[in-house]
Design a protein around this ligand. Structure first.
Ligand code: ADP
Length: 500
């Protein structure tokens, strides 16, 4: 090959390289420049015969920590350094358009008998790589995706260090875990599915591309849901030597899924209860109404044939059923007010003792044989800032329930002020009735809930009580033992927490 051909050949070779290449003589003058370098550095024509020889210092700056380090690098190479690899985070600033871009690269010297003959400078614009790296890292971090690979010969997982951080566990050397250590972290119920996926992947016959959900044991002892996906890298014979994959935390989705399942269950349950309520309602309204209409008819049509006692008895039954009907309708009206959020409260300073005495007097007017209904009150009165009408409604509701579910013994109600919680008062209603099974004690405050669906009642009273007590900034609770009785407690602040 003659010399011209040789030069042409070298030029072609340099031009097909993806990196920029500058060939410099020992003085730093550019003797050759490939196509890529010309493009990156915005050099229109080279060699440009009309101008002075092109020196590297006149084409670029090498910006590292805001300083141009090119003169120092060139000086080092002239003084005997064999080469110089560009550190990370270094930029080329080209002097034609003054654009700046991050680079990888290296200076290499050509020497003959120790004497510097030329310098080669290779560089690669890494803007695209850095952009992709940034996008990938941001995506991985935001989506909680952790890359991993498994070295089959060493039976060893190498995991993203963030995976260890996320799980709150100590990483092995070089962020590795053995297969045994990893399997140990997987929930026993999920190990088989993982083992099956691995067996297929390791066979090298087909790739297992479906994501596998599994739970991992976190450092704090809890379980977290992940989804794993992998592929393999095989040698020339097609045998896999490395599995590569990602693990993605799907705990947030699982939590949302569980909340939705829970909400759907509740909605279905509430739907069922509502249907039962409607069916029950017609019965609940019809029964007292039938009694009222029936006994009124009897009195009207046979007034003079009835004895005084019979008439008094019928009138009493009409009165009991009317009262029941009014209570029922009041409950339904209250429920609709709660639903439409139009229930109103008027707070005022009210003496609690007088309120309970009034209730005791009203109760005394409708005694139940075999049951003592009594208020147990401290000597001193206590003033509460509350809506007295609504509070009375709650206490009466609790007493009416106690009357409904008590055959014999007593119904006591009253209040105490605990010296440890002097800013609140504890109002109680207790009975020696049938009691409430432990497992039902939470639900009785839900709408339409009844322990025994065949018993009279709408299942609304306690849920209305709970809503009222919450508006009064208090709490309601129950303790009960089946066969022995129940004790309902309403805790109210003596003074409410807002303007009234
Ligand atoms: P209702 O009494 O109209 O059915 P409530 O909401 O007032 O509705 O009460 C819900 C359920 O709680 C009742 O059906 C009953 O099973 C139970 N319950 C309430 N109070 C008592 C009590 N004092 N003793 C036993 N069970 C009670």
């Amino acid at each position: 090959m003659n010399i011209d051909k040789r030069i042409e050949y070298d030029k072609e070779l340099l031009n097909i390289l993806p990196d920029g290449v500058l060939v410099l003589n020992s003085d730093g003058e550019v003797t050759q420049l490939n196509q890529q370098a010309q493009t990156e550095l915005h050099i229109k024509s080279f060699p440009d015969k009309s101008t002075q020889p092109l020196r590297i210092e006149n084409i670029i700056n090498l910006i590292y920590h805001k300083e141009n380090i090119l003169p120092v690098v060139m000086e080092g190479l002239r003084k005997g350094e064999q080469g110089y690899t560009l550190p990370e985070h270094i930029d080329i600033q080209e002097k034609n358009n003054y654009t700046q871009f991050p680079v990888n690269g290296r200076f290499v010297t050509v020497r003959e008998d120790g004497e510097l003959k030329g310098i080669l400078f290779f560089f690669r614009n890494i803007t695209v790589e850095l952009t992709q790296e940034y996008i990938l890292n941001t995506a991985l971090q935001r989506t909680k995706i952790y890359p991993w690979y498994y070295d089959i010969a060493r039976s060893e997982f190498t995991l993203d260090y963030r995976y260890f951080e996320h799980l709150g566990i100590t990483p092995g050397i070089n962020n590795t875990l053995t297969m045994e250590e990893y399997v140990e972290m997987i929930h026993p119920d999920d190990r088989q599915a993982m083992a099956d996926a691995f067996t297929i992947q390791l066979s090298g016959i087909e790739t297992f591309e479906k994501p596998v959900p599994f739970r991992l044991h976190r450092g704090d002892g809890t379980w977290e849901w992940f989804e794993g996906q992998s592929t393999y890298i095989a040698n020339v014979l097609g045998h896999p030597y490395r599995l590569v994959g990602i693990c993605m935390s799907i705990q947030e989705y699982k939590d949302i899924e569980n909340t939705l399942i829970e909400a759907r269950k509740k909605a279905e349950e509430s739907d069922k209860l509502k249907m039962a309520f409607l069916a029950n309602m017609s019965h609940e309204i019809r029964t007292p109404l039938n009694a009222i209409v029936g006994f009124s008819d009897v009195i009207a049509s046979t007034y003079y044939e009835l004895s005084d006692e019979e008439r008094a008895d019928f009138v009493r039954l009409i009165s009991i059923n009317s009262e029941h009907l009014v209570r029922l309708i009041d409950d339904i009206l209250d429920l609709s007010k709660i639903e439409s959020n139009t229930i109103e409260f008027t707070f005022e300073n009210y003496p609690l003792k007088s309120l309970l005495r009034d209730i005791e007097m009203e109760q005394a007017m409708k005694p139940v044989p075999g049951i003592e209904i009594k208020a147990l009150l401290p000597d001193a009165d206590t003033n509460v800032v509350t809506d007295a009408t609504r509070l009375k409604q709650v206490i009466c509701n609790l007493i009416n329930n106690a009357r409904k579910f008590t055959e014999k013994g007593h119904i006591h109600f009253g209040y105490t002020v605990d010296s440890n919680h002097a800013d609140s008062v504890l109002i109680f209603v207790e009975d020696t009735g049938e009691g409430i099974p432990n497992e039902c004690q939470k639900e009785i405050f839900d709408r339409f809930y009844k322990v025994n669906t065949f018993k009279q009642g709408t299942g609304l009273g306690l849920s209305i009580c709970k809503t009222i007590v919450e508006h009064l900034q208090g709490e309601i609770s129950v303790s009960s033992e089946p066969g022995k009785g129940s004790r309902f407690v309403v805790t109210l602040p003596l003074n409410i927490q807002r303007e009234y």
